[in-house]
Write a protein that binds this ligand. Sequence first.
Ligand SMILES: [Zn+2]
Length: 314
Amino acid sequence: MRYLSALLFGALVSVQSLAIELDSGIPDDQARSLESDQAYLKKLQFQNGPNDEVTRKLLGLKGGLSAQSLQEWLDARVKLVISEKMDLEAAIMVAPGVASYPEPKSFPKPDATKPRPKEQSNGSASEPVLIMSNTGTALYMMAKQNRILLALKKTDGDLLPIFSPREGMIQIGKGLFLERFRVSPSAQNLPANALSRLSTLFHESRHSDGHGATLGFMHAICPEGHAYAGYPACDKNLNGPYTVGAQTLNSLIAACGECTTKEKTTLKMIEADSRSRVLSTFRDAEGRVQKAVSWSDRPERMISFARTKGNDLE
Ligand SMILES: [Zn+2]
């Protein structure tokens, strides 16, 4: 999940013509931006230099790094984009029956949190704003814990059963488009702004991966002394959402012929901010120093579902 208060950041995407579906509840101007971002990604050409090779290996892409291989990686992890305005309480249905899941007792272990001093809110930049959130993975986890099957009723009425985080349901908010979060404030759909949104999409897509203890590539609480100390805004692995967002952004910046030097500098700052959230060493629950490693990105999927009555979702 990615809520940001006062930082520049942006993000996301989609496409009627590609595999990612935009829920009809997404505001038109946001949908146009997401489509324009996808169209821009499609046009990018990559040199496949050493940094692109790091990106290719990180994402496990076959062949070279290309617009198509990046798009396919996203398509496997994001299938539906919904608006923050969707009333999830009304839209989430429980299928009548019992579901069985792999590694039924294995879940990510969230870090213990210490109470933080109450923040002052002046109703402006410090107000949390939703940029993008992998809601599908959160729902999958909730369903697994309760051995149930959940489905989302889209705005047009169709149902999306959440058999796996790879069902890829991502929620976007106005933070993705706010002028103050843009790399270049002048226009929403400039290439530099598209790259920032795409980087956030790659970050969020990584939350569709993992299984058991790595399910969803959950964030860790940033340690004392970190710029985000006390917030779940760090990764204790080397291939999680912050690494994926940073490394793909690195390749996107290199491929952006239209980006100005100033825009590239700002994008590099976003990349550096993401990298600063990757904890290469950290203290475990017993206080021992551990070195971060790469996590398994194998995804989870419901094994079976035994219906108890009727055929309808309640
Ligand atoms: Zn995240």
